[in-house]
Ligand binder design. Structure first.
Ligand code: AP5
Ligand code: MG
Length: 196
């Protein structure tokens, strides 16, 4: 299975990706976690992305694509992945599609975790992950999500690959809903492939 998890900052992508990865035997790949570990290790990538992360802007597509290519190919060979926080723009989605086609692994399900703005702000300011979670930067991250990432939902909806889940429920209930919806979508897509 190759899953993409889309949701606003604080929607619960990381929380849910861990559970989905465990349930379906997938590798969890979080673009944000990978970028932050580059920053901690002070790699070239880490140094070049620091200012974007701290201001809440998106890191340039090329850096993210280069960083993810190897782990995605490896996870794909090892039973699949759940990508948390990637793609984040229509351009990234298109690039990911081209890589998947190259690898002959078309089946992808995009999951949208839906949470209201008030709840997102409440969760992020309560968590406080450094400069990223200060009120001003949270506000900016939510604006970036609305302008750059929300159009992705239309991209996947058009391709009949979008599963939407109410992410405002308890984390356990969101996880149960996700597993049920993904099991259903996986079976449906396998059936489609068999009929093609
Ligand atoms: P990234 O790390 O992806 O951050 P984000 O999208 O802002 O989201 P978060 O990780 O903050 O939230 P989450 O949805 O994972 O929620 P979580 O489970 O932690 O990206 C960071 C930065 O990296 C970006 O700003 C950008 O600069 C860069 N970047 C990353 N990917 C990129 C890409 N593809 N292209 C370009 N740039 C990129 O939960 C949040 C909190 O809520 C936690 O405290 C949690 O315990 C709590 N919580 C979770 N679920 C629930 C629930 N159901 N009920 C109550 N509380 C809950
Ligand atoms: Mg996260």
């Amino acid at each position: 299975m190759r899953l993409l998890l889309i949701g606003a900052p604080g929607a619960g992508k990381g929380t849910q990706a861990v559970r989905i990865a465990e349930h379906f035997g997938l590798t969890h790949l979080s673009s944000g976690d990978l970028l932050r570990s580059h920053m901690r290790a002070e790699t070239d990538i880490g140094r070049s992305v620091k200012s974007y992360i701290e201001t809440g802007d998106l890191v340039p597509d090329a850096i993210v694509m280069d960083m993810l290519r190897k782990p995605v190919v490896q996870a794909s060979a090892e039973g699949g992945y759940i990508l948390d926080g990637f793609p984040r723009t229509v351009d990234q989605a298109h690039a990911a599609y081209l890589v998947a086609r190259e690898l002959q692994v078309q089946v992808q399900i995009a999951v949208h975790l839906k949470v209201s703005q008030d709840e997102l702000i409440r969760r992020l300011t309560a968590r406080g992950r450094g400069a990223e979670d200060t009120p001003e930067i949270v506000k900016h991250r939510l604006e970036v999500y609305a302008s750059k990432t929300v159009p992705l939902l239309g991209y996947y909806l058009e391709r009949e690959r979008l599963v939407s889940i109410d992410g405002a429920q308890s984390a356990d209930k969101v996880g149960d809903d996700l597993i049920a919806a993904l099991t259903e979508a996986r079976d449906r897509l396998h059936l489609d492939a068999a009929n093609a």
